[in-house]
Design a binder for this molecule. Structure first.
Ligand SMILES: [Zn+2]
Length: 291
């Protein structure tokens, strides 16, 4: 069996964690164990409008409550702010943006969301600014990477070997630098994983498109080792009552369950039930049989 060096939990602190997030951590934990990888806790905090300290705190509280271990990363909010915040890596993001800039694959775009919705029924980007030659230095423009939705992109999948996919329409010419000048998610995710040395990425099937975008992007970076990473896209945990799992403080949030007296065993049992496992599951370790 192939061993890996490092994988990660990478929750976004834009809401309270729910059972779906915990399921992702469980999968990551067991795949790390199986492949002798260490686990990094990576928290993305650049999006100041959505990220709140109480959500970052909720990540620590949830991991602690469920006794989900990790090897590398912040131990608490204070440690996070002082040593791990993405603000610490701004120079690295700029460096990568400059590499892309030199590759001639970037173009500036001043389209508003409203305009994009008018140009395409699903809001896909239609390449409107590709040939407008707007200056990249112009204020209030985003930087887009020329990326076609018909292009084949090959990734290394943990179980299937190499698989080839096409970039989803919504990620056509995806943004690498936002209008406010901040680096965008696809870029920071690649730079952060490279920075920490992640070589196994475990994430939900909903992020398969992002994997393709990130592998495509990284092929233009130096070093382009991110494209050598192995990926595992897990099934998304569904509420059997078909309720959408949301990051609100509602009934599916771990915080709500913890405050209403549930124990970690109850959370694990519930996830097992939602997965349709016959034997009741009471601990993190018991999930190992199903990974
Ligand atoms: Zn545009």
């Amino acid at each position: 069996m192939k061993n890996f060096k490092l994988t990660r939990y990478a929750p976004t602190p834009s809401g309270f964690l729910h059972l779906g997030n915990v399921y992702s951590f469980i999968m990551t934990y067991h795949l790390a164990k199986k492949h002798q990888a260490k686990i990094l806790l990576r928290i993305d905090d650049l999006d100041k409008e959505r990220v709140k300290n109480r959500y970052i705190q909720d990540i620590f509280d949830t991991l602690d409550f469920l006794e989900l271990p990790y090897d590398i990363g912040p131990k608490n909010l204070k440690d996070f702010t002082a040593n791990f915040s993405q603000n610490k890596r701004m120079a690295q993001y700029s460096k990568s943006l400059n590499v892309l800039k030199k590759s001639q694959l970037l173009f500036a775009c001043d389209c508003s969301r409203n305009k994009m919705e008018k140009m395409h029924p699903k809001g896909y980007y239609t390449g409107f600014c590709r040939n407008k030659k707007l200056s990249l230095e112009q204020k209030e423009t985003s930087w887009r990477l020329k990326a076609d939705m018909h292009q084949d992109i090959s990734i290394k999948d943990l179980n299937e070997g190499h698989i080839v996919g096409k970039l989803p329409g919504i990620l056509t010419d995806f943004i690498v630098r936002r209008k406010d000048g901040l680096p965008a998610y696809q870029l920071t995710s690649v730079v952060d994983d490279l920075h920490f040395g992640v070589d196994l990425v475990v994430r939900g099937k909903d992020l398969f498109g992002s994997t393709l975008a990130q592998v495509f992007l990284s092929e233009h970076l130096d070093p382009n080792t991110f494209a050598q990473n192995t990926f595992y896209h897990h099934y998304l945990l569904q509420d059997p009552n078909n309720q959408k799992l949301s990051k609100s403080a509602g009934a599916s949030s771990i915080q709500f369950m913890r405050k209403s007296g549930k124990k970690k065993e109850d959370i694990y049992r519930m996830i097992g039930e939602w997965l349709g496992v016959k034997e009741p599951i009471k601990s993190l370790e018991e999930f190992g049989r199903y990974v």
